[in-house]
Write a protein that binds this ligand. Structure first.
Ligand SMILES: [Zn+2]
Length: 242
């Protein structure tokens, strides 16, 4: 009897390890979005504001338009002070590790990969250029082999050249990807560190692909009551990543 229980426990542990390593990442140790480079698709550390005038709850990601510690309410335009608002965790995502075992990433798909600059770091960006293609960013759009690519996205993205750092690849002239490389960009183009800026080259080789982030399963929200802030998960923000 005890032997059978132990055997089942070991079997379960092995199954869990397989799932954890090969199928879905982010179940055991959370995968947390740590920057605003994919906002508004994925939020990094953020703050929740409540409008003092109309009572609207709104989220400020790390790159929202805040000025002198005030945030303008998107509903009524009243400036609200940001003082003392706690900074909340970035969103937690689940990654399908097996997604690219059977097929290649597609254009406009969100992918996770090991950073070509530091392989210990897992990055999340959107694929805009596929192997062998010639990529250029022009007037907010992506041109592949000289052809404008229509975006099929939930949020419109205006792709810029990087600000504050050198525009190395795919900006003033087209960049030709290698036979096994992808060109990836953050949705929050003005602050994203991505294929445009890496010193070693623009392409992400397929060997660095980590999986496909498919679900935001945790979004922290803060509520003020009894003079303090309480953080709770916001289940209305659970969503598929597109
Ligand atoms: Zn308001």
């Amino acid at each position: 009897m005890i032997q059978r229980v132990i055997r089942r426990a070991i079997l379960l542990a092995i199954c869990w390890l397989i799932v954890r390593t090969w199928a879905v990442d982010g179940l055991g140790i959370p995968l947390v979005i740590s920057s605003g480079s994919m906002a508004p698709t994925l939020l990094g550390p953020h703050r929740d504001a409540v409008c003092a005038d109309c009572g609207l709850h709104y989220t400020l990601d790390s790159v929202s338009n805040t000025f002198r510690n005030v945030a303008v309410c998107p509903h009524c335009g009243i400036p609200n002070a940001l003082d003392n608002l706690p900074e909340l965790d970035g969103e937690h995502v689940l990654v399908d590790r097996a997604a690219f075992l059977w097929r290649s990433p597609r254009r406009w798909e969100v992918v996770a990969f090991r950073s070509p600059v530091d392989a210990r770091m897992i990055c999340v960006k959107r694929v805009v250029g596929l192997p062998g293609e010639e990529v250029q960013i022009r007037d907010g759009d992506i041109y592949i082999n000289g052809q404008l690519q229509r975006k099929t996205l939930k949020h419109d993205i205006y792709y810029t050249w990087p600000t504050g750092v050198e525009a190395r690849w795919g900006c003033d002239r087209p960049f030709r990807l290698g036979a096994d490389e992808y060109f990836v960009l953050g949705d929050n183009s003005s602050i994203s560190d991505d294929s445009r800026t890496w010193s070693g080259g623009a392409g992400v080789p397929s060997s660095l692909l980590y999986g496909r982030p498919f679900l935001v399963h945790f979004h922290a929200r803060s509520y003020q009551c009894f003079g303090g802030f309480f953080t709770i998960p916001d289940i209305t923000q659970i969503r598929l990543i597109r």
